[in-house]
Design a protein. Sequence first.
Length: 217
Amino acid sequence: MTVAHHPQPETLMAYAAGTLDQAYTVVIATHLAMCGACRGEVAHLEDVGGAILEKEAEAKIGADALDRLLSALDGSPEEEPRPAPIKRHEGVPSPLAPYLKGGLESIEWKRKGPKAWLAELEVPANSHSRLVLLKVGAGAAMPEHGHGGHELTLILSGAYNDRFGRFAAGDLADHDDDVDHQPIAEEGEDCICLVALDAPLAFKSRLMRVLQPLTGL
Ligand SMILES: [Zn+2]
């Protein structure tokens, strides 16, 4: 699997630090199961974090602590990404398996448009974000939209294209509220994505804004 689109560095750093909300954590962990490069990057960040804690335990935080942290982060991982095999359960990468007990085949899709389906996955009640599966029919376009907050979209199967390029299985789109786009699913296969979001989408068309409650997004 060749992965072309990865999380933003700050998203990976928050993941390594354990500060991401649950839905985002699940999406990043699932991407890591599919992406050796990001697994290596997270291992590097965890090493850096550990080394800093060790050093600072000996000496009080010095004025140059931030500089040293930043220069350590600039360095490349010393080892090649660890080649961990993708563990799958019922055809689903293992971090996602607890949320999809019967695999992708058993999802109870709710129809949200002519060629759009949504399934809400259960996250802890105190979560600030939602975890949803989105299925866009082969060849169908999503309405053009921006984002009210931070949105992570991981492609599980199929592919879509938008102004940022082609997103296929394993690719992750990491969008903040300043990004507008209109994904169009490729012909031949439905596109199934795992999405974490903390605010409703910002649809461009007035009609879509009126219909928004029906979309569940
Ligand atoms: Zn990656």
